[in-house]
Design a protein around this ligand. Structure first.
Ligand code: IVH
Length: 708
């Protein structure tokens, strides 16, 4: 997805200059196309409809301000996404369009006024509209020839859809033959395929029981059920249909929208019984309010009301603007909200140690669903909205997104309440929890994380899996599944427990060899492979600890720089003892160790729980210093700084070679530096080396030194 125009998303449309507008339109075209593809093709949307609508509105607003910048691939010119492979394609004889949106009553008034103006109608001239629920399903076009069902197609990109005739033929509500004397020779009936609430719940329960896919919402379930290449699966899914429009037709049975829909009903097609004809803006708005209150009892998902000019001759005169008819509009419902009491703020700890605040609410019904938990996002959000325990809060649920706490009803704040203090220790293990600083942006991370990775129950299993993994301790026969099983049985909680397993097993009455899935041989093998790892290279040992940001490469750098575990451990503990000290300076000075990494290592060792685990582990295993060759080299143990432009080797190669020979490569010059290798145009580092009396070598002298 395009990330161009970074940061522009927050700039108001009115404030954009032309160049920014161009970048923003490009970004929005990319984002909207991405979400369209997810929505229409894979039935797995990433954002709520409300967020998607906002992107489209923004795109339209920018285009309205800068008409010259409208892109050929603008989302305002397209509907949906191109058809997926697998189904045949059907070209729609009349394109399947979309609808414009109205988000408030004012926009509905403007819609009606626009139409009156366009048609040259006076304020008192009659103008009728149909009003009906906007079904949250997927639109479909059904072709009937001489009353017989012959073909069905999805909307696709509006011009071309997928041929789903076989699938639609299994939907009982859709008649194979229409009945009546006024049938056109050929007609495309259009409407919505959807799934009712109770059928959706039943289907999901069955799917879950059978270990199948569970759908996020009825719309996705309907889409997933329709687009089955095997139509016998569609046949088992309870799909429903409402007819509300038409495409190409030889003739029509009436002169009004409502008349045609009534005829559809007579012909045997399901139509929405809620449809009504309204004759004023006030009627439309009252209808919207009435259906909104009934919304949860309809038994299927709707996301607004559709108004259509009733007279077909007027529809024809009004015509279309880009992707939508001028004679119809969707009046969306506001996200569903309710107020309730915030009983508590619970801090949950994720598998990676992230602390997430969750609102524990007095249960409240929001749009037909009982909500008792809602997300509070993070610490800064709580502070920004000043959300306090005991507050009355507004909770919002939009589509299938997680309910969220929107705001606080300040008038109802209980006396003596206090701002929420986000814990600085992990609620699961008591280790300290920190927010990282991003050096580049200078911002602290929104997420606070627990530093007690090895002992924190929320993270322990994941850490154990990492510890035994192939690139860490690489213990044969101890895979993810066994780790989980041993953990569940309480046999292994932290890494040192792995090494006492054999001893404890010998003393135990329930032996591993007698457990299901094990036997004498596999138990023996496991104990042997554990014993085989009691000696382990230092870098693997460091890497296995699972310190945040310390991957295999960083672990190698650390192992080379500190040489042995005792030095490493004591230096890291020392580095955390104050804000500025020599051990910390030394750590920061290592080439390849940045501020974020160094902070993470220091935090790990500042947590006594972690040091406890490391000590226990050291009673069982012996980490070995890296590469024995190092000791023999003339530069092993020496600290080297490369500066200036090297001629013979790249800086990276020179550094790697030095490290292979057991030297530590540092980024800056200090009293501890043994050699400064200065290439062309060396600057301040060279000056500093001279000031401190550190030996300065040319590249050639360095080469001579290492070749012994
Ligand atoms: S009329 C040319 N009526 O909403 C106008 N559409 O956002 C044709 N939809 O593509 C659409 N309920 O999938 C109409 N009662 C209704 C509808 C409805 C749901 C969907 C339809 C359309 C989309 C536009």
């Amino acid at each position: 997805m395009s990330k161009k125009g970074g940061g522009l998303a927050e700039v108001a449309v009115e404030a954009l200059d032309e160049e920014q507008a161009r970048a923003e339109l490009e970004r929005l075209a990319g984002e909207i196309a991405h979400h369209d593809a997810l929505y229409y093709r894979s039935d797995a949307p990433e954002v709520s409809d409300a967020v998607y609508d906002l992107m489209r509105q923004r795109n339209e607003a920018i285009e309205a301000r800068f008409p010259d910048l409208v892109r050929p691939d603008s989302p305002s010119k397209k509907v949906g996404a191109a058809p997926v492979e697998g189904f045949g394609k059907v070209r729609h004889r009349v394109p399947m369009l979309s609808l414009g949106n109205a988000f408030d009553d004012e926009a509905v008034k403007e819609f009606v006024e626009r139409i009156r103006r366009f048609l040259g109608l006076g304020e008192t001239d009659p103008l009728a509209f149909t009003a009906e629920p906007k079904i949250d399903g997927l639109s479909i076009s059904l072709r009937y020839e001489n009353g017989k069902f012959v073909e069905a197609a999805t909307r696709g990109d509006g011009s071309e859809g997928e041929n789903v005739t076989k699938n639609i033929a299994t939907v009982r509500e859709i008649p194979k033959a229409l009945k009546g004397k006024d049938l056109p020779g050929s007609i495309d009936i259009r409407g919505e395929i959807f799934m009712g609430h109770s059928d959706f719940q039943k289907l999901n329960a069955e799917q879950a029981a059978a270990g199948g896919k569970v759908f996020a919402n009825p719309r996705n379930a309907a889409a997933g059920s329709l687009r089955q290449l095997d139509a016998s699966i569609t046949a088992r899914r309870p799909l429903r249909f409402f007819a509300y429009a038409w495409g190409a037709a030889d003739s029509l049975p009436a002169e009004t929208q409502s008349g045609v829909i009534e005829a559809f009903h007579r012909w045997g097609l399901p139509t929405n019984p809620e449809m009504k004809v309204c004759s004023s803006v006030e009627d439309l708005i009252a209808y919207h309010a009435e259906i909104e209150t009934k919304r949860t009892t309809l038994g299927y998902d709707i996301d607004g009301i559709v108004y259509k000019v009733d007279r077909l001759d007027l529809q024809e005169r009004l015509g279309y603007v880009s992707r939508a008819p001028r004679w119809a509009i969707a009046h969306k419902f506001a996200a569903e909200r309710a107020t309730t009491i915030l009983n508590d703020i619970e801090i949950q700890v994720g598998r990676t140690g992230a602390l997430t605040p969750v609102a524990k609410l007095e249960p409240v019904t929001v749009g037909g669903v009982v909500v008792s938990n809602a997300t509070l996002h993070n610490e800064d959000e709580i502070a920004r909205k000043d959300i306090r325990i005991g507050d009355t809060v507004v909770v919002q649920r939009a589509g299938d997104v997680i309910p969220q706490v929107v705001s606080v009803v300040l008038e109802k704040r209980p006396k003596g309440s206090e701002p929420f203090k986000f814990p600085e220790v992990c609620p699961a293990c008591g280790s300290h929890a920190v927010r990282e600083l991003d050096e580049k942006t200078g911002k602290t991370d929104a997420v606070r994380r627990c530093t007690g990775g090895l002992i924190c129950p929320a993270q322990r299993v994941e850490r154990l899996k990492h510890f035994v993994s192939r690139t860490a301790f690489d213990i044969d026969g101890l895979g993810d599944k066994s780790v989980q099983a041993f953990y569940d049985e309480g046999l292994i909680e932290t890494p040192p427990d792995i090494f006492t397993l054999k001893e404890r097993d010998a003393a135990s009455e329930t032996k591993l060899k007698d457990k299901e899935g094990w036997g004498a041989q596999s138990a023996r093998k496991l104990f042997n492979s554990i014993d085989a790892r009691r000696e382990i290279p230092l870098d693997r040992f460091i890497y296995a600890l699972g310190i945040r940001h310390v991957g295999e490469t960083t672990a190698k750098v650390l192992a080379r720089s500190y040489g042995d575990i005792a030095t490493f451990k004591s230096s890291m503990i020392a580095a955390g003892e104050s804000k500025e000290n020599e051990a910390l300076a030394e750590l920061n000075n290592i080439d390849g160790i940045g501020g974020i990494v160094s902070a993470a290592i220091v935090e790990f060792f500042a947590e006594p729980h972690n040091v406890g685990v490391v000590d226990k582990l050291l009673a069982e295993v012996r980490p070995a210093a890296l590469e024995a060759v190092a000791a023999a080299s003339p530069v092993s143990g020496k600290t080297v700084v490369f500066t200036g432009t090297l001629e013979k080797k790249s800086r990276g190669e020179a550094k790697a070679q030095a490290e292979r020979l057991g030297a530590k490569v540092a980024g800056s010059v200090s009293k501890k530096t043994d050699y400064v290798v200065a290439g062309a145009d060396a600057g301040s580092k060279l000056t500093k080396a001279r000031d401190l009396g550190v030996s300065v070598l040319t590249e050639d002298e360095w080469e001579a030194l290492i070749s012994g």
